[in-house]
Structure formats: structure tokens, C-alpha cells
Design a protein around this ligand. Structure first.
Ligand code: FES
Length: 106
């Protein structure tokens, strides 16, 4: 049996939900948003498979850094990021390969 579901995701980014909860915000213009939400809003990404990229909160990834959030870039899964509160969203989008599609001509 073979099944497929198409998505519009150019990349998938996994963000640790537990790290995000422990920080209780830390991102967004007022520093009160969780990383996934702040990143989605900054890049004007919708939720679900119709979005241009997937930003998904997942369970603990086993790193559990103090004062940071563990993030996996699906395109470069061998190099995980530990993102500290207040990280620049544009830098982060570039590092996570989420920005290129935004700037590419349609
Ligand atoms: S709590 Fe985030 S990696 Fe464990």
C-alpha cells in the first residue's frame, strides 16, 4: 500500500515544545511569544500543510538546554540549533532556510 499527501512546505523546522514552555515566551516584538508562534507570525506562515514551510512544535528532543530552545532544521538535520530568547527573527529564518523562499521571485 502506498499513500501520499502533498504539502507546500519548502522546509520543515521542529521546535521543542517543552523548551518553549520552560522559557514562557522570550520571542516576538514584546518578548512574550513562543518561538514557533513568533517565527510563524514573522514569516507570515499559516499552519498546516498548505503553508509555505512547516514550523512544528514537537516533544522534548533530549537536549534540554538552559535558557534556550532546541530547534531542528529538517534540511540540515545533523546540526541542531539552541535558540536563545530575543534571537533576531530574520537571522533565524535565514539560518533555518526559511527566508530564501520568501525572497525568491514567484
Ligand atoms: S526540553 Fe527541549 S530538548 Fe528537552
Amino acid at each position: 500500500m502506498k499513500g501520499h499527501v502533498r504539502s507546500n512546505w519548502s522546509n520543515a523546522v521542529l521546535i521543542c515544545r517543552k523548551c518553549s514552555k520552560k522559557l514562557d515566551g522570550g520571542f516576538g516584538p514584546d518578548g512574550d511569544e513562543r518561538l514557533a508562534k513568533a517565527l510563524r507570525r514573522h514569516l507570515k506562515l499559516k499552519k498546516g500543510r498548505k503553508a509555505a514551510a512547516g514550523i512544528v512544535e514537537v516533544n522534548c528532543l533530549g537536549i534540554c538546554p538552559k535558557g534556550a530552545v532546541t530547534v531542528v532544521d529538517g534540511a540540515h538535520s545533523r546540526d541542531w540549533l539552541l535558540v536563545r530568547p530575543g534571537a533576531d527573527p530574520d537571522d533565524l529564518a535565514r539560518e533555518l532556510h526559511l527566508a530564501a523562499e520568501e525572497e525568491a521571485p514567484a
